[in-house]
Ligand binder design. Structure first.
Ligand code: PEP
Ligand code: MG
Length: 755
């Protein structure tokens, strides 16, 4: 049985689309179980119907036509009860429903099992036989196992749009919204411009050439041309967005200047390869490395490298780029909108972005947020070939998209959009005002930078400094550990551009979900393994090089704070302090004018929560990383979509842990900040305010929103709300209460469309 199962699943996974996958299932199951009929009904989420999608044994004409609601027929009964229904004489059952087009009157025995994925009924798998016998236990368990194994594959196929496309059969005049993921807040109403990249790097053929020198020349010319395009784009972008957010393109430029992307291609060309295929090999090699990373953010970087490769390839192949017409209120739509597609639209014409792929962490979404343009990502159901030029509404809060919206929907969204514009203008006016509650409590707001923007972060958002500079990015874009001088350059630029405002730099936090291409770590449980301070203490040469670079960079500006990640034992702090002091002393001996920076510890694991006071005693400040802390407290992998619903920083246990950390810090009079995603969620930040957290650090795009909240809610009110929610049992109750409080305070615009 296992072998049969494995074979069927392999075949299903190799199917080119959902329809073919379903056909394979019904054919194989019918044969294996030696039954007369095998059929699959899929649940249509919006209409709440079960639709016959494939059959072996019933008339093929009935596929797509037989539809039942959940309270109809035996198939409906399976879905309704979410358990198998096994009947020897189906036609005599009161729930039996007869569809003449199927020809099923001949069949008596009926066995149906639900196809369930993540607690949701996705469909029903049915077998039928002429003879009136009850299916035995073997048959039932076989079918249940098949359905359980296929549920994931079907859900995936459904998510990639096939079911809706099949069911809707291309009818766009359907006013139902298409679901996607919120990418950047706001509402876009405009005309669709579909852009697709015609050059496919994967399909470049292999050629061997005689004249390597000529190939090399062509390659260098193509790289130069792309560098120029990107520099021009960067100039345009700088006029409209903070430098920190356009840093992706600076990273592109860097990759085109030096490093393995260029060097490896050159090596391949010199070895006799045709320039385009040398480029293909190098790009795909890099893409594979990023694709394997567990961190969603880093996986998205594979896309950036592909994009860059495509640009060079276009020049190499001499392909002309057709100029695209961008009307007023362009909503850019593509299967995979890249950051550079977005950057090519004249900013005044860009109303919104809709991408079939990607998520909140895609660069496209990050750039859209920086540009203040609404974005919806992951709209897998969008029939992209049929929508060019159509009207579209993209709701960046709910992640919903309406193609050809009805008059009523358009009217409603126009109203919301007007309110949004008013709200944005009001937020803009807050830029230079302090983040201070109406009852006089100042809560400095800092920016998180690093991964996106290792160079020249900007203060445009009104940030009072950097609360978390993640140093991983400069390590990732190189092909070996960067040396002291290399790091010094990067850190100095960051410290100088913010001086005299403080910059909190975290020491290297790799391992877990963040891997360095040149330092692979293979572990069964990477999140519980060798990561953060555990690695750097085991490799003092790496730690000391980084600390020396940071201390030297700080010599002129004096605005550095040092932050230690993933601390789970007090001894790790003691050991780190010894090394930091040693680096400081050695640099002084070398004649450099360096001083000991303020040192802080990240609170990210449960043990640190319970020893927060002892940690506070040893260092100058604490900073809570709510992303990891939530993951470790709730035992929920922060990157695992299967358990994503369980990941919630508003879980009462997480809130209690946060209160404990604040108490621990207070005991020794040390300040405590929050630098995880929770700090950038205006509703959640109310609770942090209530707890007495001293400062918050977040992505710069969230900053004006959180500032608005702080300027609107008194500390007293925040404390009262905290007291209330600490009595609650479930995260959903906490969220509902916070949303209600935001509406009451006139801050509804921060949690949904409109004002
Ligand atoms: C955190 O864990 O909350 C945090 C800020 O660190 P990172 O997201 O980089 O792990
Ligand atoms: Mg962390």
């Amino acid at each position: 049985m296992l072998q049969t199962l494995r074979r069927i699943i392999q075949e299903v996974n190799a199917a080119k689309d959902l329809q073919q996958a379903l056909r394979i299932i019904v054919q194989r199951v019918q044969k294996e179980m030696a039954v007369d009929v095998c059929s699959i009904y899929l649940a249509h989420n919006t209409t709440r119907e079960l639709v016959l999608m494939a059959t072996e044994g019933l008339h093929q004409e009935s596929v797509g036509k037989v539809r039942l609601s959940w309270n109809q027929g035996l198939v409906g009964l399976v879905a309704e009860r979410a358990e198998p229904v096994n009947k020897d004489d189906a036609p005599s059952h009161p729930r039996y429903m007869y569809f003449p087009e199927t020809g099923e009157e001949r069949y008596h025995a009926f066995l149906g099992v639900p196809i369930i994925h993540h607690r949701t009924i996705n469909g029903v798998l049915v077998v039928q036989s002429r003879t009136s016998v009850r299916f035995d236990e073997d048959a039932v368990t076989f079918l249940v196992t098949i359905a359980a194994q296929l549920a994931g594959a079907i859900a995936h196929a459904e998510a990639s749009g096939d079911i809706d496309v099949l069911l809707r059969q291309g009818q766009l005049e359907d006013h139902r919204p298409l679901p996607g993921l919120p990418g950047a807040p706001g509402v876009a109403i405009g005309s669709i411009v579909v852009v697709n990249s015609s050059t496919d790097i994967d399909t470049v053929p292999d050629l061997v050439v005689e004249d390597s020198a000529a190939e090399l020349k062509q390659f260098r010319a193509a790289v130069r041309a792309v560098r120029k395009d990107i520099s021009d784009m960067l100039k345009r972008l700088r006029a409209t967005m903070p430098a920190s957010d356009s840093a992706l393109f600076e990273a592109y430029l860097l990759m085109l200047e030096e490093g393995s992307l260029i060097d490896d291609t050159v090596k391949r060309i010199k070895a006799g390869s045709w320039a385009p295929s040398a480029l293909r090999e190098t790009v795909l090699e890099h893409v594979r490395i990023f694709d394997q990373m567990e961190d969603a953010y880093l996986r998205e970087r594979a896309q950036d490298i592909r994009d860059l490769g495509r640009r060079v390839l276009e020049y190499l192949l001499g392909e002309e780029r057709k100029p695209v017409e961008y009307p007023k209120n362009t909503v850019l739509v593509s299967e995979d909108v890249t950051a550079s597609m977005l950057a090519e639209v004249p900013p005044k014409r860009l109303a919104g972005v809709v991408s079939m792929r990607g998520s909140r962490t895609s660069h496209t979404a990050i750039l859209a947020r920086a540009l203040g343009v609404p974005a919806v990502m992951g709209v897998v159901d969008l029939p992209i070939n049929k929508v060019h030029g159509r009207e579209i509404i993209a709701d960046g809060y709910s992640g919903r998209v309406y193609v050809n919206p009805s008059r009523d929907i358009r009217r409603e969204y126009k109203r919301l959009q007007k309110e949004e514009a008013e709200l944005t203008a009001e937020l803009q006016a807050l830029r230079n005002l302090p983040a201070e509650t109406p009852d006089g409590l100042r809560v400095p707001l800092y920016a998180n930078t690093g991964l996106v923007s290792d160079i020249r972060p900007s203060l445009n958002s009104g940030a009072e400094g950097v609360g978390l500079y993640r140093t991983e990015f400069p390590f990732m874009i190189r092909d070996r550990f960067p040396g002291e001088e290399d790091q010094l350059d990067v850190y100095r630029q960051v410290l100088e551009s913010f001086a005299p405002r403080p910059v909190t730099m975290r020491t290297l936090d790799v391992g877990g979900d963040k891997a360095l291409p040149y330092f692979p770590i293979k572990e069964d449980n990477p999140f519980l393994g060798w990561r953060g301070i555990r690695i750097t203490l085991d490799h003092p040469e790496i730690f000391l090089t980084q600390i020396r670079a940071m201390l030297r960079a700080n010599a002129a500006t004096g605005n550095l704070n040092l932050l230690l990640p993933m601390v789970s034992n007090l001894s790790q702090v003691d050991e780190s302090l010894v090394l930091i002091r040693r680096a400081c002393a050695e640099l002084r001996e070398e004649g450099m004018n360096v001083s000991m920076p303020r040192v802080g510890v990240m609170i990210e694991v449960p043990s640190a929560v319970f020893q927060a006071d002892r940690l506070a005693q040893r260092v100058d400040f604490l900073s809570i990383g709510t992303n990891d802390l939530t993951q470790y407290l709730l035992a929920v992998d922060r990157n695992n979509a299967r358990v994503a619903e369980l990941f919630d920083s508003l879980h009462p246990a997480v809130l209690q842990a946060l209160v404990k950390v604040v108490d621990g810090a207070n005991k020794y009079g040390k300040p405590v900040s929050v630098c995880g995603e929770m700090a950038g969620d205006p509703a959640a930040a109310v609770l942090l305010l209530g707890m007495g957290v001293d400062s918050l650090s977040m992505s710069s795009s969230s900053l004006p929103r959180v500032k608005w909240m702080i300027r609107s809610i008194t500390r007293k009110k925040a404390q009262a709300l905290l007291g209330e929610v600490l009595q609650m049992d479930e995260p959903t109750q906490v969220r509902a209460r916070l949303n209600q409080a935001m509406e009451e305070a006139g801050l509804g615009g921060l949690i949904r469309a409109g004002k």
